[in-house]
Design a protein around this ligand. Structure first.
Ligand SMILES: Cc1cc2nc3c(=O)[nH]c(=O)nc-3n(C[C@H](O)[C@H](O)[C@H](O)COP(=O)(O)O)c2cc1C
Length: 484
């Protein structure tokens, strides 16, 4: 069995991810041979020399199976892998992948590893491959967890068996539909706001119980996009939102910005939050984003995600470590393409908003294929953004934000000598809210633990469980009733 491994770590052979591939290569019985290509480290060469791309693809064509091996970077694959996938489609090379068995091995801290796996599964299916569920390793587990080697080998053996036995194809995702709708913007020069029928004028409602208003100044909206040219749906959607937003709008185009390189994973940034590349990423993150009151992310879906330009920007913002980038600023997403066919992308957007405690004013796409309706949706989002700024609307706490924060808290705490800036930020903002530090709660639990030893008390608690669970709510409801 011939297996091609596409190594997506920008660090090439000297990467955590390759430790997992090498372990399989050296220990998995089954007589497979492996050929590894460093697609991230060599992305410049692959982009500039088509022969190199063709060599990789031809090797895949002569293999039985393919393993995507990559570190999870900002909810997905690294930007270099995204670019590699774009090159495959741009050059019409998907037929060399068709019919092969594919899987993924990732390393990460398990923060949104699921969205990365869904993405690569969908891309594999778009390439006509038979995708078998991948393996998501916590980056250090092979070294730290005695169970890990066995689990990894069992996964690899299962994949080889499936490929050998030609397991039936099971599709996870619908194909992407044709997207030919052309948005005709409904804005005339003197028409500043397109109101959706029946939409209350939310900007007049000041009864939000959210945070304190940010400022009495006109709200500043930053629209970040990668869209080039003026005729596309996205550029017209940007025009509609800019016109409908009651405050001041600034547009920053990532495609026209000086971004010298994708993130190379060197981690030099961890100690001082300074990236080895000095370019516009820092200016956008620190000048533009920090100065804005609200942010709209705008782009078209390309190969089941946004463009690799967008991914490069997101990955490079990692230089800030786990310090908030747009903390509590309301956000919106404006997407051209079939978002309903890419559910992980919606999860990523919601995750981004929830994690930053940002009010999510909307995720608007052109899928409705109706210009009037789209204008109304965009105007509604613009109004909601301003409302959220003016009323200090809070974000949502969900599994994404709670889970993410706990993962990062643990990681930063354990690695504080390296993640020095994160550590300072976490200490200063009370993010180290470990349960073992809550001494009163521990004392209370010790006392209740003793009480629970008595059968009569247990009986009482079982009998009154429902009302006892509601006791803590009495105080807050009483406070509210006293106010009214
Ligand atoms: C730019 C960047 C972004 C990252 N984003 C994520 C992420 O979204 N989720 C996660 O669990 N880990 C994330 N990580 C951690 C890496 O996935 C992890 O350290 C991985 O094991 C590195 O593998 P490598 O040495 O093979 O490159 C990120 C690391 C970097 C440098």
């Amino acid at each position: 069995m011939k297996i091609t491994v596409l190594n997506g770590s920008p660090k090439g052979d000297i990467s955590v991810t390759m430790q997992y591939v090498n372990y399989i290569k050296n220990n998995c019985p089954g007589g497979a041979s492996y050929k590894i290509f460093n697609i991230s480290k060599d992305i410049k060469k692959i982009k500039n020399n088509k022969n190199h791309l063709l060599e990789i693809v031809s090797h895949i064509g002569s293999s039985d199976a393919l393993i995507w091996a990559f570190p999870v970077y900002v909810f997905l694959v690294p930007a270099q892998v995204k670019r590699f996938i774009e090159l495959i489609f741009e050059n019409g090379l998907s037929n060399r992948f068709s019919g092969k068995y594919a899987t993924a091995i990732t390393t990460s801290v398990h923060f949104f590893d699921t969205t990365a796996h869904d993405y690569i599964a969908a891309v594999s299916e778009d390439l006509g491959m038979n995708y078998i569920d991948g393996y998501s390793a916590e980056m250090m587990e092979l070294a730290d967890n005695a169970d890990s080697p066995g689990r990894l080998l069992s996964f690899a053996q299962g994949f080889i068996n499936d490929a050998r036995k030609k397991a039936p194809k099971t599709l996870r995702f619908d194909a992407m539909p044709d997207h030919s709708f052309n948005y005709e913007t409904a804005i005339s020069p003197d028409f500043k706001r397109v109101k959706s029928a029946g939409t209350p004028d939310i900007s007049d409602d000041t009864t939000s119980p959210g945070r304190a208003p940010v400022s009495a100044e006109p709200a500043k909206l930053l629209i970040l996009t990668d869209e080039q040219g003026t005729g596309s749906n996205i550029s017209k959607m940007i025009e509609t939102v800019s016109n409908a937003f009651p405050g001041v709008t600034e547009i920053v185009n990532l495609s026209e910005s000086d971004i010298k390189s994708p993130c190379i994973g060197c981690m030099t940034c961890a100690y001082e939050s300074i990236c080895v590349f000095n370019d516009d990423v820092r200016k956008i993150a620190e000048d533009k984003i920090q100065a804005a009151d609200a942010i709209v992310f705008a782009g078209g879906i390309r190969d089941r995600y946004l463009s690799s330009r967008w991914k490069t920007f997101f990955d490079r913002c990692f230089y800030r470590g786990h310090i908030s980038l747009y903390h509590a600023k309301p956000v919106g997403f404006m997407i051209s393409g079939a978002l309903r066919k890419t559910p992980w992308l919606r999860q990523i957007f919601e995750g981004m908003a929830n994690l930053e405690d940002s009010a999510l004013a909307g995720i608007v796409t052109d899928e409705c294929a109706d210009s009037g309706e789209l204008s109304a949706q965009l105007s509604h989002m613009a109004e909601k953004l301003e409302y959220a700024v003016k009323n200090g609307a809070p974000g949502k706490n969900t599994f994404y934000s709670e889970g993410g924060r706990l993962i990062f808290r643990e990681m930063v705490y354990r690695g504080w000598p390296l993640f020095r800036m994160d550590h300072k930020f976490y200490s200063a903002n009370g993010y180290y809210d470990f349960p073992q530090k809550r001494y009163f709660e521990r004392l209370k639990n010790a006392f209740y633990g003793l009480l629970m030893l008595a059968p009569s008390i247990r009986k009482y608690i079982y009998r009154n469980m429902k009302t006892l669970m509601l006791k803590p709510f009495e105080k807050v409801n009483k406070k509210r009733n006293d106010k009214e």
